[in-house]
Design a protein around this ligand. Structure first.
Ligand SMILES: [Cu+2]
Length: 491
């Protein structure tokens, strides 16, 4: 009996015989395997949610009560190999660790404030008592530095919920996390993998480490606190049914797009959607303060991108340039990422230092004239570029680190309107495979990391032999508090 029929029968109390006639149900059932079961599903149970790069908050039992210790604190969050920011988060990371409980649980959260100013924790979407809503100055006194507050919940809901500071600037500094309520009756069809991805944006000026919480020129776009290519891919076995829970507690909306598959939106920040209400797509808009759960059968092998489709959210370290980017054969790549795209530092100082050409272009000396497009915007010598980025890849086939291949740029390129664009982000010169190496990246095409930035990662749909190989390497790594632990234990 199909699940769709089962659902409709349950919902409307209909007998099976009725379904022989209306073709519409049969068609909708067979039209996409994405809607169906995985090829190797056993009985349904709640798979723990995996929050890659973040992990879970552990708990202890006090009688029948699950007790969590949640600590607000200043954290060093490495968002990219060359970029660590001073964020505010929980228990060592921003976003904070994921809390997972079951419908029916009694839960206590002992909250401690180690920040230099008052705060509190709001429990987003909870149908609970006002005393536990976490509104500073409204439902409770703000928790002072060094202070504590105890929240208690009887969990009767199910779905993807959040916790976050309700002070807006603190939220923008990273104070957010996920709160999963697993259903008493496991969802059908069973999902073999269940992932969560937080969507966040930070505005961090070049050569700074502190996010500017007022600035809306976001230049670092992150999944679970990591910008591509430092994001950890989602590893799934060919045929798995996969759930991804997107959570957005930021300033922008994010259209999340998956390659190679059609997914169904099966849940929101309000819990599970009855199956009759699921809608298909390959892109789902995750608005601010929303969650979108999507499910699909990973029936198409490959390293498929999953990313926000806003072009500016697929970039790192965006900033206004001084002058257009030059883009010619033999062109050095520019300074290190920390110096920013076009934001210069050097000797004796930016931007007229001896390492640089006359790069003050935009608006000075005539926009669009020949001298404007001819300016350089990076170290003039390749040696300087290599010294600036010692860990970047130095050898890319026929190319050397920091250089475009001769045939990458057309001879008449500078005669073509809109060349070069104000900024470019992707290309072999940005590759850093070694710097972001981890078991989950095993077997990716060499140089892949030069083409992945911002809110981008992979869903790697691996045939059994490749899947086993990657899982074996992940186990071998024996990482403490591995976010993938629940999958590795079962593999
Ligand atoms: Cu986006």
């Amino acid at each position: 009996m199909s699940n769709r029929r089962t659902f409709i029968q349950k919902a409307f109390g209909l007998g099976a015989g009725l379904f022989a006639a209306p073709r519409v149900f049969a068609d909708s059932q067979s039209r996409s395997s994405s809607r169906g079961r995985s090829t190797h599903a056993g009985p349904a149970f709640n798979m723990p949610v995996v929050t890659a790069d973040i992990g879970d908050l552990p708990y202890t039992m006090d009688g029948n009560t699950k007790v969590f210790h949640l600590i607000a604190e200043v954290v060093k969050q490495q968002i990219s190999p060359l970029k660590t920011i001073d964020a505010w988060g929980f228990n060592g990371s921003a976003p904070g660790p994921t809390i997972q409980v079951n419908q029916g649980d009694h839960v206590r959260v002992v909250f401690e404030n180690r920040l230099p100013e008052p705060t509190s924790v709001h429990w987003h979407g909870f149908e609970d008592t006002i005393q536990n809503d976490g509104m500073p100055g409204i439902s409770q006194d703000p928790v002072k530095p060094g202070g504590r507050f105890v929240y208690e919940f009887n969990i009767h809901q199910e779905g993807t919920y959040f916790y976050h500071s309700h002070m807006a600037m603190q939220e923008m500094a990273g104070m957010l996390g996920a709160f999963i309520m697993h259903p008493k009756e496991p969802y059908q069809p069973h999902c073999d993998k269940d992932f969560l991805i937080h969507l966040q944006e930070y505005a961090v000026l070049p050569n700074n480490t502190v996010p500017n919480t007022m600035n809306m020129e976001f230049n670092w776009l992150v999944f679970n606190g990591k910008a591509g290519p430092a994001t950890t891919p989602l590893i799934v076995r060919l045929g798995d049914r996969v759930r991804i829970r997107f959570v957005n507690l930021g300033m922008d909306h994010h259209p999340m797009h998956l390659h190679g598959h059609t997914f169904y939106t099966t849940g929101t920040e309000g819990g599970r959607i009855p199956e009759a209400g699921w809608w298909p797509g390959n892109t789902v808009l995750v608005g601010v303060a929303q969650a979108r759960d999507v499910e699909f059968v990973a029936n198409n092998p490959g390293d498929w991108m999953i990313h926000c489709h806003l072009p500016h959210h697929m970039m790192n370290q965006m900033s206004s340039n001084v002058g257009k980017m030059t883009r010619t054969a033999g062109m050095p790549a520019g300074g290190d990422m920390n110096s920013g795209m076009g934001m210069l530092k050097g000797t004796p100082g930016a931007p007229m230092g001896e390492d640089y050409g006359p790069a003050l272009g935009r608006g000075l000396g005539g926009v669009g004239n020949a001298s404007d497009t001819a300016t350089t915007n990076g170290p003039l010598s390749q040696k300087k570029a290599m010294d600036a980025m010692p860990e970047m890849q130095h050898d890319m086939g026929n190319m050397q680190m920091g250089q475009m291949a001769p045939d990458d740029i057309a001879r008449n390129a500078n005669d073509v309107p809109n060349f070069p664009q104000d900024a470019y982000m992707e290309g072999p010169m940005m590759a850093m495979d070694e710097m972001v190496d981890r078991p989950e990246n095993y077997g990716l095409r060499a140089g892949w990391s030069g083409f992945m930035q911002g809110m981008m990662t992979f869903v790697r749909v691996l045939p059994p032999d490749k899947y086993d190989e990657v899982i074996a390497r992940m186990k071998q790594a024996k990482r403490p508090n591995d976010p993938y632990a629940s999958i590795l234990e079962r593999a």
